[in-house]
Write a protein that binds this ligand. Structure first.
Ligand SMILES: [Mg+2]
Length: 192
């Protein structure tokens, strides 16, 4: 049976870019309203490469207008995204210990588009955003603007290793950054 194409759902802030009102992030790559924004190094290359082996969607818990503006700046026109979702697609949660609200991304909404969750990977720097779906979660170190950051090329290799894994949720993903063997075993073993 043919395995459905992978869907990779990407977060924006601290995953693909860093935006801040703080002038320490000078020079920014571009500005949006009062935000100075820096692209994570190699983000263009990362997106172009990932689009060759997976469908891509963007899902951020920021506002719609901000998300649209960032996407226009960082996603090349040649890539057609499956969706660009912002806060209105997130679900509000309340943390009673911290007494504050936060947003989660519920993959049920992705499943409703017809994507089997066995073939969906969520890339995010914040684990709480994907707390309902840890099996789909690929954690990345947050990006705060360091020009020497080299996470995205490694991430691209790691995501690529799931091309023929029938159920991505069965694969242990914690610590993948520190264990290049994980990449090799996915590739060879199909995740079993
Ligand atoms: Mg983030």
């Amino acid at each position: 049976m043919e395995i459905p194409r992978l869907l990779i759902v990407l977060d924006l802030d601290e995953t693909l870019i860093r935006a801040t009102g703080n002038p320490t992030l000078d020079p920014p790559d571009f500005t949006i309203d009062s935000y100075r924004v820096r692209r994570r190094p190699m983000v263009h290359e990362f997106l172009c490469a990932a689009a060759t082996f997976a469908d891509l969607g963007i899902w951020s818990s920021a506002s719609e207008s901000y998300v649209d503006a960032i996407v226009r700046k960082i996603v090349p026109d040649s890539i057609s995204l499956q969706f660009v979702w912002a806060r209105s697609r997130c679900t509000r949660q309340y943390d009673s210990e911290q007494m504050e609200e936060y947003w989660v991304k519920d993959l049920k909404k992705v499943r409703r588009l017809g994507y089997p969750l066995e073939r969906v990977l969520m890339v995010d720097d914040s684990p709480e955003k994907v707390e309902r779906h840890f099996g789909n979660y690929v954690r990345v170190e947050p990006f705060y603007g360091d020009q020497n950051d080299r996470v995205l090329p490694d991430l691209e290799r790691y995501l690529r290793s799931f091309i023929s894994v029938p159920n991505v949720r069965t694969v242990e993903k914690r610590g993948w950054q520190h264990d290049q063997n994980q990449i090799e075993s996915n590739r060879v073993g199909g995740g079993n």
